[in-house]
Structure formats: structure tokens, C-alpha cells
Design a binder for this molecule. Structure first.
Ligand SMILES: [Zn+2]
Length: 120
């Protein structure tokens, strides 16, 4: 059985942690394509229209702290120039953009829907 973080990271259903929330493999044209609900515990993955607006804040928090940490480490520990550090931050941002999009949605629904042992 997965823990909370592992469940968020792998986009499992927050209630039963058995099935995937997102359609796999990743379709670059529709990166946020989700299943309607959980086939195991029948949890609706989009309880109301616009449910995932709150995930924008999760995404913002993750990216802000991650990029700030990378920039600070490069500038103050490795003595890089600010421009070089910004270039690395932009490259890292482009590489992990889709992962952060999906993880922030996953974290958001995991925060609002509790794990239920009886549904496993
Ligand atoms: Zn489920």
C-alpha cells in the first residue's frame, strides 16, 4: 500500500490508492486528461466544475520554492552568475512542467479527500 506522498507522486485515487487518476501514457496534446472516476471505489475525480482551480496554488507553491532553492544554491553555493542560474531554472522548469501540473492536481485532491481503508 502506498503512503500519502507516494500516492500523490504516482497520481493514485486518493480514497483507495488502487487506480490511476490520469490517463496513461501521457498524451502531450492533453496532459491533464483524467479518468471520470475511480473504477475501484467509484470516487468522482472531478466533483464539481472548476474543482482543480485550487491546484494552481499548489503548483505555484511547488514551483516557487523549488526554483528559488535551485537559484539560491547555484548562486550562493556554487558561485554561479545570476543569469546562468536563471537559465538553469528555466530549463528545469520546462523539463518538469507537466509533472508539476499533474502532481499539483494530485496533491490538491489528496488534501481534500481522505484515504479510506475500507475501500481498499
Ligand atoms: Zn478509488
Amino acid at each position: 500500500m502506498l503512503g500519502w506522498l507516494a500516492s500523490c507522486w504516482t497520481y493514485k485515487c486518493p480514497r483507495c490508492r488502487q487506480t490511476n487518476m490520469f490517463k496513461e501514457p501521457l498524451d502531450m496534446k492533453k496532459p491533464l486528461d483524467m479518468h471520470k472516476g475511480c473504477s475501484h471505489c467509484s470516487l468522482n475525480f472531478e466533483p464539481e466544475p472548476g474543482f482543480y482551480y485550487g491546484a494552481m496554488f499548489i503548483s505555484y507553491i511547488i514551483t516557487a520554492f523549488l526554483f528559488l532553492a535551485i537559484a539560491l544554491i547555484l548562486v550562493f553555493y556554487f558561485k554561479w552568475s545570476v543569469n546562468a542560474a536563471m537559465a538553469i531554472v528555466i530549463i528545469v522548469g520546462l523539463l518538469i512542467f507537466l509533472k508539476i501540473l499533474r502532481v499539483s492536481r494530485s496533491v490538491y485532491i489528496h488534501m481534500l479527500i481522505k484515504f479510506d481503508k475500507s475501500k481498499v
